[in-house]
Design a protein around this ligand. Structure first.
Ligand SMILES: [Ca+2]
Length: 310
């Protein structure tokens, strides 16, 4: 039986890859795509989700727009990485369908409350929608089979020295989710920085001659440029599909169960995922934390799935 999943995202170049992987891999049944303010405004991330799905002919998955800003803080975007549209690079046609009228938070609640089967949540943006859903309807919490999220870092961050972008944008939401008691798997920068789109990945994309592989090639070309400019990376890391890949094949990521707290008040460290790697805390373990990735098998999975598109 396919694993039922909801993808909560903020597309976003690497979110686009997460959508393409989640929607077409036979191990998963994608029930909904929900969008959140993050890499860009929720209007832009929602439009981007619709455009990606339209280009890929993903018409059977509802797309619902979610929270326009973090729970407490002002919205903060990543235009220096993803451009003004949130998905700069490829020239994408207008979407061929519309958002569902339901708010993302309500769609999430409805799916978790009323599905007979287990549903896993994959979160690849700030955790605002997830936390809002837990606050609005706490009865969903025991019904969530698990949450696999891209976010955080064991070590240094990518938005501040202490913090990774998704958690930094909405630390209060992350704290709610990390303290919820839901089974959590965190795919941090230590994992995603191994998912580098190297020249051999570009080479494999160019030889495919498909609409989707050309689109991904153009996405990654833009992403490579901004990652080089901002971080000096020789090849860009595709963070978000790592969370999807882990759900499809958990052997791709090595994980360790530990206690993780979210720093919400630090002057220099707000948004830090404080990971108790050595078990020094007396607090119970609450997160399965990834720390390395089999990048060769990850790219085989990613590229093989892209090849299944027309
Ligand atoms: Ca994202």
């Amino acid at each position: 039986m396919r694993l039922k999943a909801i993808l909560d995202c903020d597309p976003g170049h690497d979110d686009a890859l997460a959508i393409l992987l989640a929607a077409h891999h036979p191990a998963l049944e994608l029930l909904a795509i929900t969008t959140v303010s993050g890499n860009q405004s929720v209007e832009k991330t929602s439009l981007n989700a619709l455009k990606v799905c339209s280009l890929a002919h993903i018409f059977d998955v509802p797309v619902a727009k979610g929270m326009p800003q973090p729970l407490i803080r002002s919205a903060r975007y990543a235009a220096e990485i993803h451009g003004e549209s949130g998905l700069d690079g490829p020239a994408l046609p207008d979407p061929l369908f519309s958002l569902v009228p339901t708010h993302a938070v309500d769609l999430m609640i409805d799916l978790f409350l009323h599905s007979a089967d287990d549903i896993t949540l994959i979160a690849t943006g700030p955790l605002t929608n997830v936390a809002a859903a837990m606050r609005k309807e706490p009865a969903i919490i025991p019904r969530i089979a698990g949450i696999t999220l891209m976010g955080g870092a064991i070590g240094i961050g990518n938005t501040t020295p202490a913090s990774e972008f998704n958690i930094w944008v909405d630390p209060e939401a992350a704290a709610i989710v990390f303290e919820s008691g839901c089974p959590l798997t965190m795919i941090p920068l230590e994992v995603t920085h191994k998912a580098l789109a190297t020249p051999s990945v570009f080479q494999r994309l160019t030889t495919a001659h498909k609409t989707i592989t050309t689109f991904v090639y153009e996405l990654l070309t833009f992403f490579a440029d901004t990652y080089h400019t901002n971080f000096g990376f020789a090849a860009p890391p595709v963070h978000d599909p790592c969370a999807v890949a882990y759900l499809i094949d958990p052997t791709l990521v090595t994980t360790k169960l530990m206690h993780v707290d979210i720093e919400t008040t630090g002057t220099w460290t707000a948004g830090r995922t404080v990971c108790d790697l050595y078990g020094q805390s007396t607090l119970p373990s609450n997160v399965n934390v990834g720390y390395t990735l089999d990048s060769g098998r990850f790219w085989d999975l990613m590229l093989d799935t892209l090849m299944t598109y027309d």
